[in-house]
Design a protein around this ligand. Structure first.
Ligand SMILES: [Fe+2]
Length: 508
């Protein structure tokens, strides 16, 4: 810093001292400001960028110590040097307390003042540099920490999302058990993980699945199942509150000593009851599970528990609904001696054709539901029309034709079988577009509906009806062949003929 850029302020109530000091420092090339009292001094400090202040202690209005104190509030780095005639210990302590950096004893030698000035300016420079440096370091540390926190958070959210997606795609409890142990190994880097079902009755653990990291040597005791002694310890660890638990070392548990470095257990609870227990292990390695791992494990088990509950609930609702609806269909068929078991046979034949055509498991399930319930819409048709032994009038026939749409409506309002309801709606469409209710043509008709149509017509002709005896199998097959390409999809008819060629079940 050049001298001409350095601004010093001298505060004294003795004008003579101010003049001499001003003259001396100006000659040396400094910019000098003078003030006769504290208030004037504060005014200058607020206006100018002062680098150092020399002040007398005993002054009217405001003494030097109070001035130093006020300046500290304005700028804590601005050095204040006090000049006093009567240095006492008490005075000295007070000056330092008020943030004064140095004091000079009157009468003050001007050269000494300049030396002090240079020293305090150098100290201030260092102090400010340090402060900036410190702030910079702190800022960097804070940024680094923030960045780390953010990366961790993102990783955490990704892991949780992955876990959620993984569970959403599962359809059975066994898949869920397997997913739990695999996630423990893949996400939590466990060397080995077990899933045991917990038997409430006798407080035992029954192994249902396990997973281990490849290329990790598992102690012999863990190669089949965890030792019995340890199972008791696991149940005990969960305690009365059944909360997940993390054990960093296994000291004190004889079966684990020297084999397990770190392990954790989490219960899988359904409606507050322990259904199963997951345990995850790290073997002889300088590595431990941390708080984050137990958090993930408990998230995984909670997710698994709700998936299992959801599947059980869904299966239950599904089964219940299906049996209720099927009971309706059976009740309908029972009223008409001739259509008894028609839907069951149609469902079975449609499944056989679908299987031969290479349909997936899911489609086979769909055609079973749709086939079993395809005539459920007949619930909405009056008995005198439905059970009429003779020929139907045109109006009556129109009424009968409403049954696919009524059936599809009943099924689709349940929200569970949208695709099945479409198959039901279109089971009376014709390949040439002359069918009902929508007059769909060719491949516009859902494949499974085209299959169902063949199965339905075959069974209707091959069984006794109120108005005629059943026809011979050959005659029926002939009729179906003749209508291939018009009423029926020729591809379905080809496959159907292969199925019919083999021995059809007794019912057919
Ligand atoms: Fe029908």
């Amino acid at each position: 810093m050049n001298k001409e850029n350095i601004k010093i302020l001298v505060v004294d109530d003795e004008e003579g001292i101010l003049d001499v000091t001003e003259c001396f420092f100006e000659r040396k090339g400094y910019q000098v400001y003078t003030a006769g009292n504290g208030e004037m001094a504060l005014d200058i400090v607020n206006r100018e960028k002062i680098d150092c202040i020399f002040t007398d202690i005993n002054m009217p209005v405001m003494d030097g110590l109070e001035l130093a104190e006020q300046i500290r509030h304005i700028d804590s780095t601005l050095p204040v040097v006090v000049m006093t005639g009567y240095p006492s210990l008490e005075n000295t302590i007070q000056t330092l307390k008020n943030g004064v950096v140095d004091y000079l004893i009157k009468p003050v030698k001007l050269e000494q003042m300049e030396l002090t000035l240079r020293r305090v300016l150098r100290e201030r420079e260092l102090f400010v540099e340090n402060l900036i440096l410190k702030e910079e370091v702190e800022r960097r540390e804070r940024l680094h920490q923030l960045n780390n926190d953010l990366v961790k958070k993102v990783e955490e959210v990704n892991t949780l999302n992955r876990v959620m997606e993984d569970f959403a795609a599962l359809n059975s409890s066994y898949e869920i058990f397997n997913k739990v142990v695999r996630l423990s190994v893949e996400e939590l880097k466990a060397d080995l993980a077990f899933f045991h079902v917990y038997s409430q009755q006798d407080s035992t653990l029954i192994l249902v699945d396990k997973a281990g990291a490849e290329n990790k040597k598992h102690p012999a005791a863990y190669s089949i199942d965890i030792p019995e002694q340890e199972k008791a310890f696991i149940i005990e660890s969960l305690g009365n509150d059944h909360t997940p638990c993390l054990i960093k070392d296994a000291v004190g548990i004889p079966s684990m000593k020297g084999q397990v470095n770190s392990f954790m257990v989490a219960p899988l609870k359904i409606r507050d009851k322990i259904f199963g227990i997951v345990s995850a292990y790290i073997f002889q390695e300088p590595r431990f599970f941390g708080e984050q791992d137990i958090y993930y494990l408990s998230f995984i088990t909670q997710k698994a528990a709700s998936s299992i509950e959801h599947i059980a609930l869904y299966e239950n609702i599904y089964e219940n609904l299906f049996s209720t609806l099927f009971a309706f269909v059976s009740a309908l068929e029972v009223r008409d001696l001739y259509t008894r078991k028609h839907s069951t046979r149609v469902a079975r034949l449609a499944q056989l054709i679908a299987e031969e055509m290479g349909c997936s498991e899911e489609e086979l399930d769909m055609i079973n539901v749709a086939g079993s319930l395809h005539d459920i819409g007949k619930i909405g048709i009056r008995d005198d029309i439905l059970l009429k032994p003779g020929r139907l009038t045109e109006d009556e026939y129109e009424k009968i034709k409403e049954h696919p749409a009524i059936g599809a409506d009943i099924i689709s309002t349940l929200g569970l079988w949208d695709r099945e309801s479409q198959i039901i709606r279109h089971h009376h469409e014709r390949f040439d577009g002359m069918g009902y209710p929508d007059g769909l043509k060719g491949k516009q008709i859902p494949t499974l509906a085209r299959i169902l149509s063949v199965a339905d017509c075959y069974d209707a002709m091959a069984s006794d009806r109120a108005y005629r005896k059943k026809m011979d199998k050959e005659v029926v097959l002939d009729i179906i062949i003749k209508n291939s390409g018009t009423q029926f999809d020729p591809d379905v008819v080809d496959v159907f003929l292969q199925v019919a060629d083999q021995d059809l079940p007794d019912d057919f």
